[in-house]
Design a binder for this molecule. Structure first.
Ligand code: FAD
Length: 415
């Protein structure tokens, strides 16, 4: 222990880190808590970045309590070190090395460093034809909203949640949208399977997007190999006078956990940070992890570990990590396990898509109501494994089947 009150370091100023701090404060732990964040601003509503109604330009003026409904962020026991990256961690000696050259000794540590977008060879840069971008933080979103207001054309690589929400947003701004999905048949295929994915692909097209898959998509992917294969001539490139002449090319092709700073400590970092059911890092009594970066025992698939990237998961695992940490310091904290069915909701061209449970582990699906050719009229799908319902999806422009969906959720069974 350091002298005096314990020092708690939280790496990551996103929702998981903030909720961990909040839980520690709620347990009345007498400690100094420092939240380190490499972004220059405090926690904001990350899912809001692709939502039309979220005030991206005013986000920094809002208090956390207004934006995220989290009180306690102004507590005197809490210090924010923003614009400060943790470069390395020595978990054996409990020391963090900061980008400022300073060190920070802790008694307890919470790892809540999230993920970053996966990128192709181009990354975030200009090429002869495009301005390549990814979308993860407020700066990216502000840039994107500004660009979409003036761009005529945007190309989006990928067909996951971020890609589809961005396509909707771009259309709302009046852009011409091209979506490229080289690996799958349509949106959300890895979660909802081929049939629904193809139906969602049709929905996207009906809403004015040019949606290409397979080889047609691959041909238009812009990475170094493809560009050089096309043999771009110098005169072709010089016809584009400035980066603003280049069309926007956004990659939304998944994410990578921010674990590099933890290397050299013997942790299992194969897919995020592995923790136990209380969010304690395996083999490290005084270190906890939460949010997108944490890989915890899957409550619904015994023997598996799972890493989830959604808001409620970051909230719940952040709370749990904070309570487990408080308990490790001898405070009375109710420790539980993550035990709910995951659920995600999104809206794509006015179609609300709700997914619950774990469709990925199903071996069959059953359309309970509706028709996949008319998603906007309401379609409810159950996902089964060996006859047991393990997941559900509901797509609708209204809420016609809401009560049937809720009844279906009640029948979900863990395995
Ligand atoms: C555009 C977009 C839309 C989304 N929409 C939805 C949605 O509709 N519904 C939903 O459920 N989920 C959505 N999500 C996912 C959701 O936002 C995440 O699951 C959630 O924000 C994860 O929170 P987190 O605190 O674990 O990580 P983050 O929010 O990523 O926070 C981690 C923080 O740690 C910082 N950091 C990383 N490494 C270091 C370091 N070494 N030192 C210091 N700081 C570091 C990062 O910069 C970041 O600020 C969306 C995500 C994006 C990007």
């Amino acid at each position: 222990m350091t002298d005096g009150e314990p020092r708690i370091g939280i790496v990551g100023s996103g929702i998981a880190g903030l909720r961990a701090a909040n839980a520690i404060l709620k347990c009345k732990v007498d400690a100094r808590i420092v939240i380190f964040g490499d972004e220059t601003h405090r926690t904001y509503n990350r899912p809001g970045l692709t939502k039309k109604r979220y005030p991206v330009s005013d986000a920094l003026e809002m208090t956390i309590a207004e934006d995220l409904k989290v009180n306690g962020a102004e507590n005197n026991a809490l210090t924010w070190r923003l614009g400060t990256k943790i470069e390395t961690a020595d978990l054996r000696n409990r020391v963090l090395r900061l980008s400022t050259g300073e060190t920070f000794e802790y008694d307890r540590l919470v790892i809540a460093a999230g993920v970053r977008p996966r990128t192709s060879a181009e990354g975030n840069r200009e090429c002869a034809f495009h301005t390549h971008r990814t979308l993860r933080d407020l700066g990216d979103a502000q840039y994107m909203h500004n660009q979409l207001q003036t761009s005529e054309k945007v190309t989006i690589v990928g067909a996951g949640f971020v890609a589809c929400e961005l396509a909707s947003l771009a259309k709302d701004y009046g852009c011409e949208v091209l979506m490229l999905e080289a690996l799958r048949c349509g949106p959300f295929e890895s979660v909802l399977g081929k049939r629904i994915s193809i139906a969602l692909g049709r929905w996207v097209v009906q809403n004015g997007v040019t949606f290409l898959t397979g080889d047609s998509a691959r041909e238009l992917l812009c990475d170094r190999t493809v560009v050089s294969a096309r043999d771009v001539s110098a005169s072709e490139a010089s016809n584009l006078e400035s980066p603003s002449d280049r069309s926007l090319f956004v990659e939304a092709i998944g994410s990578v956990p921010n674990v590099e700073w933890l290397r050299g400590n013997g942790l299992d970092l194969s897919d995020g940070v592995r923790v136990d059911e209380h969010m304690r890092v395996s083999q490290c009594e005084d270190v906890f992890a939460a949010g997108d970066i944490a890989r915890y025992p899957d409550p619904w698939m015994a023997g598996n570990h799972t890493r989830m990237e959604f808001w409620k998961n970051a909230i719940d695992t952040g709370d749990l990590a904070g309570r487990s940490l408080a308990s490790s310091l001898g405070y009375d904290a109710k420790i539980s396990q993550i035990g709910y069915f995951p659920s995600i909701a999104t809206e794509v061209f006015g179609l609300r898509i709700q997914v619950a449970g774990n469709p990925k582990i199903s071996d069959s699906m059953e359309i309970i109501c509706g028709d996949l050719d008319q998603l906007d009229h309401g379609v409810l799908v159950a996902f089964l494994r060996e006859g047991v319902t393990v997941g559900a999806a509901y797509m609708d422009k209204g809420a016609r089947l809401n009560s049937t969906y809720i009844a279906l959720l009640k029948s979900l069974k863990a395995r």
